[in-house]
Structures are given as C-alpha cells and as structure tokens.
Design a protein around this ligand. Structure first.
Ligand SMILES: [Zn+2]
Length: 206
C-alpha cells in the first residue's frame, strides 16, 4: 500500500525511520482502539490510519533506540579560559506522558558550569530529545537530563528547568488550558551555593 498522506510532521528535520513495516497485531490494536472510541476503522478515511499511527509512535519514542549520554562523549578542552555558565535557553521539545500517552509540550533551559571542557551546544539539546522521545513524566525527564550531563561532563554544576503543558490535563480530565508545570533539578554549585543558583535562574529569565 502506498502511503502518501503528508502529516504535519513530515517536513521536520528529525531523521525519520524509513517506512518500517507495521506488524499486524500493532495495526489491529489501533483498529481496536478506533472501534472502542466509537468509529469504524474500515471507513475510507481511517483505512491507513493504523499504519500512520504506529509509525508516528515509533518516531515519538525514538529515544528508546539511543543512549542520550553518547552525545556528550566528544568534548572540547580548548575553551580559552572560559569558566562561566553555559546555558541553552528555552529549547522546545515534545514528549508523551506515560500515564495517558498524551503529548507533553514544553521548553527546557539547561545550564552547566564547565570544569575544564565543554561540548558542542547542539549536543545538549540532543540529550534532552533522547530522553523526551520516550514515555515520560516531567519530573523524571528533568532528572534524567541533569544526571546525564552531571555524569558525562563532570561539570561544577548543572541546572535544568523544564516548563511544559500536559495534554492529558488540557484536553481531558480537568481540562485546564494554559496551565503549565515547572520542574527543576540543580546539582553541584547550583544546588549548594545560593548565589550561583540565583545567577543561573536569572540567566534563564526567572
Ligand atoms: Zn498524563
């Protein structure tokens, strides 16, 4: 069957897995869900939906196929004496909550105070996406990103602040649009030293 419907995500820059085959039981599970919600999976508009949904989920959960820490294995010692905070502010990300498999959409601000080496700045975002592209809770995502940078770079401090809205709250249940959740994890000097913590939070815009 030829798949030609362009979904909203078809133009993005993320490496898409090639059209992977969708096992029958996976497609059937999605048909079952469609039937259970009240629609007819055999009507024309829904015929290819199980394949699309299955592949979309493989993409949402690409993080399972990678070790996010591997992005931090190449470091630069040559930092010209730079010993201040490195901050990547407001990185957009998307994840899915493990309780409802509903989108979590937000931004992360990630900072570290280098000990004597730095990484390419895009690598920090890759660590975030590596953990975000899994079924998550925001608290664990925050901790995993911070712990990964802490362990791999051995910096003097790490600060991660994540702001996100959870579709399971905004689109169902209590239906409270616009409510954001903020989580943070401070390690090293950002945890122990109040001045350093205030400095990094100010740089992040708090
Ligand atoms: Zn949820």
């Amino acid at each position: 069957m030829v798949e030609n419907a362009l979904g909203p995500e078809d133009g993005d820059i993320i490496a898409r897995p090639a059209k992977i085959p969708v096992p029958d039981n996976v497609a059937e599970a999605i048909r079952t869900l469609i039937r259970w919600t009240g629609d007819d999976p055999t009507r024309e508009g829904l015929l290819d939906t199980p394949q699309r949904v299955a592949r979309a989920w493989k993409e949402y959960c690409q993080g399972y196929g990678e070790d996010p820490g591997a992005h931090l294995s190449r470091v630069f010692e040559e930092v010209g004496g730079y010993d201040e905070i490195v901050l990547l502010n407001d990185i957009p990300f998307q994840s899915h909550c493990e309780h409802h498999m509903a989108p979590i959409i937000g931004t992360a601000s990630i900072a570290y105070l280098p000990r004597n080496h730095v990484v390419g700045i895009s690598k920090i975002a890759r660590v975030l996406h590596g953990y975000a592209r899994r079924l998550q809770v925001q608290e664990r995502l925050t901790a995993e990103v911070a712990d990964c940078i802490w362990t791999k770079l051995k910096p003097l401090g790490v600060a991660v602040v994540i702001k996100a809205t959870h579709s399971c709250m905004t689109a169902r249940g209590v239906r409270t649009p616009g409510v954001g959740m903020v989580t943070s994890r401070m390690m090293g000097v950002f945890r122990e030293d109040e001045r350093s913590r205030k400095e990094v939070l100010a740089l992040m815009g708090f």
